[in-house]
Design a protein around this ligand. Structure first.
Ligand SMILES: C[S@@+](CC[C@H](N)C(=O)[O-])C[C@H]1O[C@@H](n2cnc3c(N)ncnc32)[C@H](O)[C@@H]1O
Length: 256
């Protein structure tokens, strides 16, 4: 089975341009086995052939592997800290704030940032939002959300920024227009530079240490000096100095 996984990862890298070697093995193998069986295959070679042939099977595989769970203002107390850092650290330091939400899933994260900008009447901010997954980016651009994804949005902001149609909430153009979406793979693609904040949450937990460290280093290089890196609730960095960061709090790091 090990050899089969090696073959499969090589195949996925070549054909689908995703580097599964960098993801933690145990949970990745478990997920691949589950999604392979649900497609009715009993071995990885026939599953690879089916993925190649059948677009629907390919879609299901990619969705399952990339794990898209998210919500607005995820881990609200931590998001509040980031909001305070925007006001107290970034605004006094930089003009025309440029923020990157990496691995943004359906957009709840970058749109939360756009709402913060609106709350504080911060003009000229640019928010880039990226993900490896094309389908999820299409959904993000539509900006339609379900109840569960909005539980940290206040009643006031729900009626100010969203229009409810059936069971879905559609985000207003005023907020949407501040976010630009683009496909980007954190493991394989070059990183843009000159950001004042990079938000990269709940994705490096799936990467092996080596890959995770490389991502931290590249995020550091894509920030301006004095810019902020905002990590996930389970992604505290133990040795921030080795990546060129100074710890502001458990989930916020400043580029030195
Ligand atoms: C759990 S979601 C996190 C969403 C959001 N950042 C949050 O914290 O709520 C993980 C996202 O990482 C994306 N992802 C997985 N591997 C990636 C990679 N190598 N490069 C960029 N995005 C990736 C997935 O497609 C998924 O949308």
């Amino acid at each position: 089975m090990e050899l089969e996984f090696e073959f499969f990862k090589e195949w996925v890298k070549k054909k689908l341009k995703i580097d599964l070697h960098a993801y933690k093995e145990k949970q990745l193998h478990r997920r691949i086995a589950t999604v392979m069986q649900s497609a009715g295959c009993s071995d990885l070679r026939s599953y690879a052939a089916l993925i190649e042939k059948d677009e629907q099977v390919r879609r299901v595989f990619l969705d399952y592997i990339t794990i898209n769970v998210t919500e607005f203002f995820r881990n609200k107390e931590i998001f509040d800290e980031f909001e305070a850092a925007i006001n107290e650290v970034l605004i006094p330091r930089f003009k025309n704030i440029k923020i990157w939400s990496a691995a943004c899933s359906i957009g709840a994260e970058p749109y939360s940032v756009a709402m913060i900008m609106d709350r504080h009447n911060i003009k000229g901010a640019k928010i880039l939002a990226t993900d490896i997954d094309d389908t999820i980016l299409r959904r993000a651009k539509e900006a339609r959300f379900k109840d569960g994804e909005l539980k940290n949005v206040t009643e006031g902001e729900l009626s100010k920024y969203f229009k409810k149609t059936g069971s879905e909430y559609f985000l207003s153009e005023d907020i949407k227009k501040h976010v630009q979406f683009k496909k980007h793979d954190l493991l394989l693609d070059p990183y843009e530079k000159n950001f004042h904040a990079v938000i990269c949450r709940n994705v490096t937990i799936y990467f092996k240490n080596e890959a995770k460290n490389e991502v931290y280093q590249k995020i550091n290089e894509s920030l301006e000096k004095g810019g902020i890196f905002f990590t996930g609730a389970t992604e505290a960095i133990y040795n921030p100095a080795s990546f060129g960061f100074r710890k502001l709090s458990t989930f916020l790091y400043e580029k030195v």
